[in-house]
Design a binder for this molecule. Structure first.
Ligand code: ZN
Length: 118
């Protein structure tokens, strides 16, 4: 049982696109086969937080939101990059709680605009 194919399938479905029912079933199948493979080759190993999220929450989240775009490493890195940009913008605030309040507020506003698609 080669796990690379399952990971490759999961990665290909983790782009920032909407998934249809066929793709959601493919995702669930790849997740189940990956879990079975890992159990076979490393039955005594503990799992990391990322692997736990992948095995136990990814499929439900994909079914609920019809995408894995928000979970992907690229999405997280993009948000991290935007956070760093905001941190530079608000660097003149001497108070860290004030600075982070403005950053969080900006992130929330950006998120709301994106969700509303305006
Ligand atoms: Zn959990």
């Amino acid at each position: 049982m080669y796990t690379g194919n399952h990971v490759e399938k999961i990665m290909s479905l983790s782009r920032n696109v909407l998934l249809d029912d066929v793709q959601l079933r493919e995702l669930e199948k790849a997740r189940n086969e990956l879990a079975a493979s890992l159990k076979l080759v490393a039955p005594e190993e503990s799992i990391t937080q990322k692997l736990h999220t992948l095995l136990f929450h990814m499929v439900d989240m994909a079914k609920d939101q019809k995408t894995l775009g928000v979970l992907s490493e690229q999405g997280i890195e993009c948000t991290h990059s935007y956070f760093n940009k905001l941190e530079r913008r608000f660097s003149t605030f001497n108070s860290k709680p004030d600075r982070y309040w403005y950053i969080i507020r900006e992130l929330l506003c950006t998120n709301m605009i994106n969700d509303l698609e305006v």
